[in-house]
Design a protein around this ligand. Structure first.
Ligand code: ADP
Ligand code: ASP
Ligand code: MG
Length: 401
């Protein structure tokens, strides 16, 4: 007998017909003599709708109340799925993040899982029940509901697979695996049979929403092999693991992130310690900074430009504004009309000319690059948002992936 964790995303449970389809997949796995723990997301666009409802009331909702609100979506899916399983004659029980033992830190709306108290789940499994857990949520040490950040149900599933030492962790979604680019954006995108944790982590962090990046981090840390597969077609998916079969591809994938904001600090004093003041201020406010560019000093001043996620733009502007006079910032300019387009691939380290080929593809498509950042296995460029999809297609074609 094996223990299998199956996670179903929002589109896989979006309506009654899809829920019934999920109930069929789950019951088949149960019939094959497995213990089954299911993790579900909110139905379809429920989480977006809940956020929009809050927005009708306030532009600055309390994060604690946002978590209380957003966590309701997953409860609907879990209860309905259990009803569907019961209708088919299967014993099942739904558990909220709290009931399932998900203890998180205090960071509302993007909490991290600290531990999972597994007794309740194990008791239910001992009773031969299918356990359906709400994804994306837990509680903090004050017993307040927390959520794990958008797309966080993947992380709930991987954390459970690690805690329960599951034999398999299957991430069911609306595409049949991980592709070399978003298959909805690039017609010629190719499905990968396997991908390494490191490459998948980069792709997920750079905007390929097919897996939550924290889920890949956890999978790597606890060596949980994942399979990303379709809930609609019975096809083998993509395996995410430590060492993938060597592909002949120089790059593994192209990703695009539209949720980026660029902030430029103009007229800073050109002297030591200024960058430290700016970035320590942002760090102490838990604002993650991505690409950083500093201009050459001129007339004793310099400019620093950097990117943050668009959801953190306002918070970044507020703290910088409040300290502008002390740091010596003359002017702050923010811009959300940009996209970050990246290529990822372990093969790039040993292949000179990868960056040149990417920039050539952009140049030939008349796409101007605003910022560039590189690491061993990725190159990212910042470009105008309206050119994002064109850029992904051009780069993908240039590498013939
Ligand atoms: P779920 O609701 O199942 O969690 P998501 O919408 O979060 O699903 O993620 C699946 C989507 O990720 C796909 O529909 C696809 O458009 C998108 N996606 C982006 N990049 C990739 C990629 N490289 N491979 C596969 N899917 C991708
Ligand atoms: N429902 C949450 C979201 O839409 C979590 C998830 O789907 O993984 O972000
Ligand atoms: Mg998702």
């Amino acid at each position: 007998m094996s223990l299998i964790v199956q996670k179903f995303g929002g589109s896989s449970v979006r309506d009654t017909q899809r829920l019934l389809n999920v109930a069929e997949i789950v019951s088949e796995a149960y019939d094959n003599d497995n213990d089954i723990v299911v993790v579900v997301s909110a139905q379809g666009k429920t989480t977006d709708e809940l956020i929009a409802k809050a927005g009708e009331i306030t532009s600055k909702p309390s994060k604690r109340e946002m978590d209380a609100l957003m966590s309701t979506g997953e409860q609907i899916s879990a209860a309905l799925l259990v009803m569907a399983l019961n209708e088919r004659g299967y014993p099942a029980v739904s558990l909220t993040g709290w009931q399932a033992g998900f203890q998180t830190d205090r960071n509302h709306t993007r909490a991290r899982i600290k531990r999972i108290d597994k007794e309740r789940i194990e008791n239910e499994l001992d009773k031969k029940r299918i356990v359906v857990v709400t994804g994306f949520q837990g509680i903090n040490r004050y017993d307040d509901i927390t959520t794990l950040g958008r797309g966080g149900s993947d992380t709930s599933a991987v954390a459970l697979a690690a805690a329960l030492n599951a034999d398999r962790c299957l991430i069911y979604t609306d595409v049949d695996g991980v592709y070399t680019a978003d298959p909805r954006l690039v017609k010629g995108a190719v499905k990968l049979d396997e991908i390494t944790y490191d490459e998948m982590l980069e792709l997920a962090t750079l905007g390929a929403q097919v897996l939550h990046n924290r889920s890949v981090e956890l999978a790597k840390k606890y060596n949980v092999e994942l399979e990303v597969l379709s809930s609609l077609e019975r096809l083998p998916g993509t395996i995410v693991k430590e060492v993938a079969k060597v592909e002949k591809l120089m790059i593994t994938g192209v990703a695009k992130d539209d949720k980026v904001a660029r902030i430029a600090l103009l007229g800073l004093p050109d002297k030591p310690g200024v960058a430290f003041k700016v970035f320590s201020l942002l760090a102490s406010n838990r604002i993650n900074v991505d690409i950083i560019l500093q201009s050459i000093g001129r007339d004793d001043t310099k400019d620093i430009t950097f990117t943050v996620s668009d959801s953190e733009k306002q918070a970044a502007l507020d703290v910088l504004q409040s300290q502008a006079a002390i740091i010596g910032i003359e002017e702050i300019v923010a811009d959300c009309n940009i996209s970050k387009v990246s290529i990822v691939g372990a093969g790039m380290e040993s292949n000179p000319g990868v960056a040149a080929r990417m920039f050539e593809a952009l140049g030939e498509s008349n796409i101007n690059i605003h910022m560039i950042s590189t690491s061993e296995i990725k190159i990212s460029v910042l470009i105008d948002k309206e050119l994002g999809s064109k850029a992904v297609a051009a780069i993908h074609a240039a590498f013939e992936v």
